[in-house]
Design a protein around this ligand. Structure first.
Ligand SMILES: [Fe+2]
Ligand SMILES: [Fe+2]
Length: 280
């Protein structure tokens, strides 16, 4: 059963738009003329966004010894780029927390997988001395959003896919393409475009399982690819497909990552995992 593109696009359009307050924060953080006060005003009008940001800002991940109790402190201490990432986290959390039957993901499994991939991507940028850790964070957060759209089809053909994976030595993503017509990465790219997200995010999401196919931002796509692989190694998978989408040597080479680097990064990620506030 190959699904027609128009069906997939209809489902993409049927998803709710991202909340306006979060989108306004994202737009403001991109504008160099924005002041701390401007941001504080917009965030402050949305109690859920405010609470979510303060909770995240106080998680061990950001490592501040002193409690951040006001929005103004959070904005000044974390900076505009981090605030942009936190706004995206609160915008997509309700979507990523939905249960996806097709991938056999446990409740909130995709949410944890996405948050940890975001952190892994940012950590990987630090390790590789790449200057766009905050963009990588957002790309990591959103990389599997296509699963929201095609999970329903995967549910119908999931057991057939798994059987074929073990038989044919295809990766899960290749089988999604063969059986459904599109893989979740490509569909995630459609969704990112519908949300008017920037080109770097669209490319990284679309090619997170085959970064060498990206026309632009190959390096960013490779960062997300490796981050996703590391998180899956830790057993925080995006569902049934996790172990069936191997890490590509090309991506590791592009980032000059050796086995010893990967071990180091996995150990770091294990530490993030013990902080329950991160996934609240
Ligand atoms: Fe994926
Ligand atoms: Fe993933």
């Amino acid at each position: 059963m190959s699904i027609k593109l128009e069906h997939i696009l209809k489902r993409v359009q049927a998803l709710p738009p991202l909340p306006t307050s979060a989108m306004r924060v994202i737009a403001l953080t991109k504008n160099p003329a924005t002041s701390v006060k401007d941001l504080e005003t917009v965030i402050g009008q949305d109690p859920a966004l405010t609470a979510g940001m303060l909770r995240q800002a106080n998680s061990a991940y950001y490592g501040y010894a002193r409690r951040i109790s006001s929005l103004q402190d959070a904005i000044i201490m974390l900076g505009f780029q981090v605030i942009q990432g936190l706004a995206m986290v609160s915008a997509v959390a309700p979507l990523l927390k939905t249960k996806l039957a097709g991938y056999e993901i446990e409740q909130e499994g995709l949410w944890k997988h996405s948050m940890l991939t975001a952190m892994a991507a940012k950590r990987l940028c630090q390790h590789c001395k790449l200057p766009y850790g905050d963009v990588a964070f957002t790309a990591g957060l959103l990389h599997d959003i296509g699963k929201l759209i095609i999970s329903i089809y995967v549910q119908e053909v999931g057991s057939y896919l798994l059987e074929k994976v073990s038989e044919a030595k295809f990766s899960y993503v290749e089988l999604e393409e063969k059986v459904i017509g599109y893989n979740h990465a490509t569909v995630g790219g459609f969704l990112a475009k519908t949300w008017n997200l920037p080109e770097d995010l669209v490319e990284a999401i679309s090619h997170h399982h085959a970064p060498s196919n990206a026309r632009y931002y190959v390096e960013l796509a490779s960062v997300v690819h490796v981050a996703n692989g590391l998180v899956s190694t830790l057993g925080i998978g995006g569902g049934v497909d996790s172990f069936l989408n191997p890490l590509q040597q090309e991506a590791l080479d592009r980032l000059a990552l050796k086995e010893s680097d990967l071990e180091l990064l996995i150990a770091d990620l294990g530490e993030f995992l013990v902080d329950p506030t991160l996934f609240g």
